[in-house]
Write a protein that binds this ligand. Structure first.
Ligand code: C2O
Ligand code: CU
Ligand code: CU
Length: 458
């Protein structure tokens, strides 16, 4: 399937379903929109920021900030965003974790054509699930996300959740040097390993911030890992914190415990009981490294109590007794890079079931790695054959994590599962959203060097 400009312009003025892919896949283009009505006008543009004091970093920003402006919508409502591209190159927006129609999913040449410089695209969809989500391009990801095109998307519960205070914290380690200049977003020898790390770790674009929170209150911290590479080993020594949701989806609240590993793309909603004024400051850390200082400031509200568990999202429960099982091996594939590819800067280091996705081939999605029946029940066995972790993400659906051969898992719902070294885990879901959905590792270097595939549901 190849898109033409005419088809997309046609889509904007009222064309419905357009075309069949080579594999028989059906692709959708834009439906007619009422152009007068949108809730947000979101502009992507170059924007200088100050990450290193006294120095300028030429970031790319959504809504004049990097990470981008926080978008909010209420569960069950329609989110309408007019996205305007003022970047020097084409891009798209993908809404990570949101179950939406394929034509709104923001994958170039699968859901839509790239939005060219100077053009706009109206994203418009109903959000079925509450929770902490995020948005980012799905094109030239190492550079575009690396330069700052990442932003939080908060879907509020239909009814008040019981949290009176909340903060959104976007975690990102920037690829900048001591003068704030960008360094390489992707280095081949790193892509072949854990991925290329940035040096400057930040929360909401600030290195080592102090978060002032109301003393004695329970605050919902929405932590979103918007980083290209880093898995944060989150801990909050001496802090009284409980986990309320993972990757947008509520769990039965439980203590944060020693450490939680938050891979790229993943989110965790913590409830933190803020200490009294004058108590020791808390330190939010990545392993032994401080990310932020938490300081209590006087509050005249009565001390807060732990809110009840958040209401579950309306996700269909997979029936394991009649589920079909499919296996996916995530493997190292350095041998796939031919000398010519290496010379041309086309590297493939990773593969799924022996197939490496080619980021430069617009037709890859015409050859889905699996074809699922609409409304069928499926178990995926995910097997990591490598020494590096892979946060495995599936678009368009929410899946249930069942178990792992390496650790105890309390089954939970998510869109991204951090598959550890040599781990095999099982996930299950009902294939209730038709489309061609990207299935990939969220370490950007891995997805851009082979670790991506398409799953077709029809
Ligand atoms: Cu954050 Cu393809 O996704
Ligand atoms: Cu996604
Ligand atoms: Cu990976």
């Amino acid at each position: 399937m190849s898109f033409t400009r005419r088809q997309v312009l046609g889509g904007l003025i009222g064309l419905g379903v357009v075309g069949l892919g080579a594999g028989g896949a059906r692709y959708w283009l834009g439906r007619p929109f009422d152009r007068k009505t949108h809730d947000y006008e979101l502009i992507a543009a170059p924007h200088d920021i100050e990450l290193v004091p006294g120095h300028v970093t030429p970031a790319w920003a959504f809504g004049g900030q990097a990470p981008g402006v926080e978008l909010r919508c209420r569960q069950g409502d329609e989110l309408r965003v007019r996205f305007i591209n003022h970047l020097p190159e084409a891009t798209t927006i993908h809404w990570h974790g949101i179950r939406l129609p394929l034509e709104m999913d923001g994958v170039p040449y699968v859901s839509q054509l790239p939005v060219l410089p100077g053009e706009y695209f109206d994203y418009r969809f109903v959000v079925p699930d509450a929770g902490s989500y995020w948005y980012h391009p799905h094109q030239s990801s190492a550079e575009q996300l690396g330069r700052g095109l990442v932003g939080p998307l908060i879907i509020e519960e239909r009814e008040p959740s019981g949290f009176l205070h909340e903060r959104t914290l976007c975690l990102k380690s920037w690829h900048v040097d001591k003068e704030g200049a960008f360094t390489a977003f992707s280095v081949p020898r790193e892509a072949a390993r854990e991925g290329t790390r940035g040096r400057l770790s930040t929360i909401n674009g600030v290195s080592l911030p102090t978060l002032e929170l109301p003393a004695g209150q329970v605050v919902r911290l929405r932590l979103i890992n918007v980083d290209n590479t880093v898995t944060y080993r989150l801990n909050l020594p001496k802090g009284e914190a409980r986990i309320y949701a993972l990757d947008g989806n509520p769990i039965a609240p439980r203590p944060l415990g020693k450490e939680y590993w938050l891979g790229p793309g993943m989110r965790i909603d913590l409830a933190l009981k803020v200490p009294e004024v004058g108590a020791d400051e808390l330190s939010l850390r990545n392993g032994p490294l401080r990310l932020a200082t938490i300081k209590a400031v006087a509050s005249n509200e009565a001390a807060g109590e732990w809110p009840p568990a958040l209401p579950a999202n309306p996700v269909a429960e997979p029936d394991l007794s009649r589920a079909e099982t499919l296996r996916f091996n995530f493997e190292w594939a350095a041998a796939l890079a031919s000398p010519a590819d290496e010379a041309a800067g086309r590297y493939k280091y990773w593969q799924i079931n022996g197939e490496a996705w080619d980021i430069n081939d617009k037709t890859c999605a015409d050859r889905p790695i699996a074809k699922l029946k609409k409304d069928g029940h499926y178990i995926f066995v995910l097997r990591n054959m490598a020494q590096y972790q892979h946060p495995i993400h599936l678009h368009g659906l929410i899946f249930k994590v069942l178990d792992s051969n390496r650790r105890e898992i309390e089954p939970y719902y998510t869109d991204t599962f951090l598959l550890g070294k040599n781990e095999t885990a099982r996930i299950a879901f009902v294939a209730d959203n038709p489309g061609v959905w990207m299935f990939h590792c969220h370490v950007i270097d891995h997805m851009e060097t082979g670790l991506m595939a398409a799953i077709e549901i029809a």
